[in-house]
Design a protein around this ligand. Structure first.
Ligand code: ATP
Length: 235
């Protein structure tokens, strides 16, 4: 379970997040929604230790994450796939995946983790010797996701995985996230502009505006209640 309590954060003296509070039960998906500039990316950066919160608490499975260094967060089971994906264009699929497992001391285990990723994404297995720049947008997103999964995370933070992807590919990625939650108990925080596809897979929607959480509600309610949708999501 991820618990975010009264978190504030920003860039230097510029405050962005104010008093952000919500919780994500283990094995579920929370979609973080809201207009451009609402603070969604800042929230992910703060949770993954890239930005230092100025206040509040961040707990995962009861342990405090605030102030813990990024490398330690990875060992505690947190993975962050940033917007833009961070695939190294000059390296092959295989080399990119290896980067995700570099910190592992046990080589055989790193290899097993890599094979698991190829099982999840057969398309990547077929392209293992292709360079990052030769991949389609969907394949690059799968590679970024696969590289994060090499660490066998328990908490996955994903920034705009559907950006620039065809609806069919987006649907595949959402279905895979659902499977990882249901089968492995993965907990996911998903930042999405694509509200419909996010709510189709998420258990919960956390709607942000101007650095605050304006509502957190079951995804089904946000999807089906026209009044709520209109008030918070503008459609
Ligand atoms: P988007 O969907 O456009 O990425 P977002 O909801 O993710 O929007 P953030 O990127 O978190 O929003 O931005 C929140 C606020 O923080 C905005 O006002 C933005 O201008 C500001 N901001 C973002 N990055 C920086 C930065 N590196 N330095 C200073 N301010 C920033």
């Amino acid at each position: 379970m991820l618990e975010v309590e009264a978190v504030s954060s920003g860039y230097g003296p510029v405050p962005v997040l104010r008093d952000v509070t919500f919780a994500v039960p283990a094995g579920t998906i929370a979609a973080v929604l809201g207009a451009n500039g609402a603070g969604k990316t800042t929230l992910l950066r703060t949770l993954s230790g890239l930005l230092r919160p100025t206040g509040g608490r961040i707990r995962f499975d009861g342990a405090e994450l605030r102030g813990v260094r990024v490398e330690r967060l990875v060992r505690r089971g947190l993975a962050h796939v940033p917007e833009g994906r961070g695939v190294v264009a000059e390296l092959t699929v295989e080399e990119n995946l290896r980067l995700g497992g570099l910190w592992r001391r046990d080589r055989a285990d790193a290899r097993r983790a890599q094979d698991e990723v190829y099982e999840l994404f057969p398309a990547l297995a077929r392209r293992r010797r292709h360079a990052g720049h030769q991949l389609s947008g969907g394949e690059r997103q799968m590679l970024a996701l696969g590289r994060a999964l090499i660490a066998r995370p328990r908490l996955l933070l994903l920034d705009e995985p559907s950006l620039g992807l065809a609806p069919k590919v987006t649907a595949q990625i959402m279905a895979l996230l659902r499977r990882l939650c249901d089968d492995r108990g993965l907990t996911v925080l998903l930042v999405e502009q694509n509200v419909r596809s996010a709510l189709s897979v998420a258990d919960q929607g956390v709607v942000m505006s101007l650095g605050r959480v304006v509502t957190a509600a079951p995804a089904a309610r946000l999807r089906d209640d026209a009044q709520l949708r209109h008030a918070y999501l503008g459609f």
